[in-house]
Design a protein around this ligand. Structure first.
Ligand code: NAD
Ligand code: GLY
Length: 350
């Protein structure tokens, strides 16, 4: 088992390894006096791991209730959130009790936001079961639900009290969902680690996935410790996301999943940045090869007007400027502030 401690405003451990779901009860017992919790999951993950986690919790003396939302991005909604608040209340979950998010980023973001707001805040534990959630969404305390205007537009920061990432759960992911998570993994190589990027360029990541997850989480926790509230350095974690979010919205949520949209966004911004001499020549070709080796797409045929109008709704825009993340070379990243006009011109260079 690998342990990484995130020294955020409240410190917590991220545990990465095989067989951790069975040990969940013991691990959580060390962190809380409460013996009551609610497991929040989705219907697919419930069928696979719902009873396993309940058994593990029961073995350690926890009284756990379970709430399952339909699988998919649509569940990151106010409607599911209200259902969850009511469920917690009906089941007498009090301020000293806690929630467990068992699932991918959808369940993690929804549960985290609920934990931040239910009774003005209760503890929660992240038990991520997708690659994307293990390397990214379960770490760092960003929580959110979607609204019609866009993804993650209502949310807050709420750090979990622990992250328990059982890598055995990845064995039931389809190749497609695994590949989707690789989008965020490649992002970490691009923004911070040329050696990680090199490893990924050969494909065959499943062989040493535990170490790769730990490397990504190490980078993320470093960045979060420096800028927990996302006012500076943390924005580099959004490399590929400005275009990626626009592509997700253009295609309709769930049609292109998050990691694949980020993959396209990373290549497209790198190509434009290369053509504007913000990125070294050759970077976008290497990135394209790496994405292809990991079964990821690299280009979207979204028209430039839609890309512009959908991406200026991004959270990194102020009234007349937008911040974009570029990688001057592989393993390095930088935040570039552009006027909206300069941004429009950049899009012509893709
Ligand atoms: P997801 O939660 O929708 O999971 C993808 C699919 O995999 C679902 O159908 C789910 O039921 C299934 N699944 C989950 N675990 C499984 C398992 N072990 N075996 C088989 N199937 C399994 O999607 P995701 O890709 O995990 O997360 C995407 C979400 O994360 C998006 O909403 C995105 O905005 C968010 N996100 C948040 C952050 C953050 O910092 N909070 C960062 C990145 C992404
Ligand atoms: N996924 C981006 C962040 O956590 O800041």
């Amino acid at each position: 088992m690998i342990k990484i401690t995130v020294k955020a405003s409240s410190a917590y451990d991220i545990l990465i390894g095989k067989g951790l779901l069975d040990k969940c009860g013991e691990i959580i017992s060390e962190l809380t006096k409460s013996k009551k919790c609610a497991v929040v999951t989705d219907t697919t993950v419930d069928g696979l791991y719902g009873s396993k986690i309940l058994d593990a919790l029961k073995k350690s003396g926890f009284n756990a209730v379970k709430f399952a939302v339909p699988a998919g991005e649509e569940s990151k909604s106010h409607q599911q959130l209200i259902g969850l608040y009511n469920f917690l209340s009906e089941n007498d979950i009090t301020r000293s009790d806690f929630l467990i998010a068992l699932g991918g980023g959808v369940v993690g973001d929804l549960t985290g936001y609920c934990a931040a707001t239910y009774l003005r805040g209760v503890d929660y534990v992240q038990v991520p079961t997708t690659l994307l959630a293990q390397v990214d969404s379960s770490v760092g305390g960003k929580t959110a639900v979607n609204i019609d205007a866009g993804k993650n537009l209502v949310g807050c920061f709420k750090q979990p009290i622990a992250v328990v990432a059982d890598t055995d759960t990845l064995s039931t992911l389809s190749d497609d969902i695994f590949a989707d998570g690789m989008g965020e993994v490649v992002k970490y190589g691009m923004i911070r680690s040329s050696s990680l990027f090199e490893k990924l360029s050969h494909g065959r990541t499943k062989e040493n996935i535990g170490e790769i997850i730990a490397e990504c989480v190490g980078i993320k926790s470093d960045v979060v410790e420096n800028d927990e509230l996302d006012t500076g350095e943390r924005m580099i974690l959004n490399f590929g996301h400005t275009f990626g979010h626009a592509i997700e919205k253009y295609m309709g949520y769930g049609v292109v999943p998050h990691g694949k949209a980020v993959a396209m966004g990373m290549y497209m911004i790198s190509r434009a940045a290369e053509n504007r001499s913000l990125t070294q020549k050759g970077v976008s070709e290497k990135l394209k090869a790496c994405l292809k080796a990991n079964f990821l797409p690299f280009f979207s045929d979204i028209d430039r007007d839609s890309l512009y109008s959908l991406s200026i709704g991004d959270k990194k825009r102020t009234s007349d400027k937008i911040r974009v993340i570029v990688c001057p070379e592989i393993g390095k990243s930088e935040i570039v502030t552009l006027s909206l006009n300069e941004y429009k011109n950049l899009l012509e260079l893709i």
